[in-house]
Design a protein around this ligand. Structure first.
Ligand code: LIP
Length: 266
């Protein structure tokens, strides 16, 4: 069995357990625990509890591995594997009771730096729909046992695209200008509010493409592998206007260059 498959199976198992906890806490009522980068960037008690569950299960199963989580930070391991975790991606949706959030777990090899690591396995679990997206490097991308493939080309009506906006209002004007540049190639635009689901939907052919600035490593670690294993392309582009807020683009091969050019702009 390839190295990646046990990692994929573990990511699937723990993502499902974590998703069940998140869903249970949602039904019990959600408490905002704190804000982070801005007043809009919230963390709930459930985010923290779900990440504690994931971290404990991984420590039991793979004690030497490293960890990089949205809520509890980073810990280097003694193996070459690091787990990159967003316990509840789509936190604002979760807090408002919007059924569009996911548990995202990825296993990467190498430095725990998204510019240097190689993603080996990932799982994105959507508790609201029960959909389990998963992938391993070289093993393809899957949804509940069905192999996934990106859309090679959008329909003649135009590309169905998705995007998102960061928590910092100062960046919204440039994000909206980007939407204006991209719309001529689109049939329509979706804004789900969970990057891991946006990327999973590109992998599944539900979106022709996705673009967003300022994603964190845990937002995209699993979803980017889904896209690549489904035959798509994923890129991170540093832009000059706002340092430290790179642009991420993901799509099928037929629309990638056009989407990238429009999203980056002149
Ligand atoms: C969210 C992303 C979403 C983005 C939000 C936020 P979180 O992650 O999944 O795509 O638009 O600004 O970054 O904070 O819910 O884990």
């Amino acid at each position: 069995m390839a190295t990646e498959q046990p990692l994929e199976a573990l990511a699937i198992e723990i993502a499902r357990e974590a998703g069940a906890l998140a869903q249970q806490r949602r039904t019990e009522g959600v408490a905002i625990a704190a804000t982070k980068s801005s007043i809009a960037d919230i963390v709930t008690e459930a985010d923290r509890e779900v990440e504690r569950l994931i971290r404990a299960r991984l420590a039991d199963e793979r004690p030497g591995d490293g960890f990089l989580g949205e809520e509890s930070g980073a810990e280097r391991g003694t193996t070459d594997i690091t787990w990159v975790v967003d316990p509840i991606d789509g936190t604002v949706n979760y807090a408002y009771g919007i059924p569009a959030y996911a548990v995202s777990i990825a296993a990467v090899r190498g430095e725990p730096n998204p510019d240097a690591w190689e993603a080996l396995a990932g799982a994105v679990f959507s508790p609201s729909t029960g959909e389990q997206f998963h992938a391993s490097r070289g093993g393809g991308a899957w949804l509940d046992g069905h192999r996934l493939s990106v859309n090679e080309e959008p329909s003649t009506a135009g590309a169905l695209l998705a995007t998102g906006f960061g928590y910092d209002p100062a960046t919204h004007a440039s994000d909206l200008a980007r939407v204006g540049r991209v719309m001529p190639m689109a049939r329509d635009l979706r804004r789900i509010g969970a990057a891991s689901l946006d990327l999973a939907f590109v992998a599944a052919g539900r979106f022709d493409g996705y673009f967003e600035r300022g994603l964190q490593p845990w937002d995209h670690a699993a979803g980017a592998l889904l896209v690549e294993e489904a035959g798509g392309r994923f890129a991170k582009i540093q832009l000059d206007d706002i340092p430290g807020r790179p642009l991420f683009v993901a799509s099928g091969p037929g629309v990638f260059d056009r989407l990238l050019a429009a999203a980056v702009g002149p």
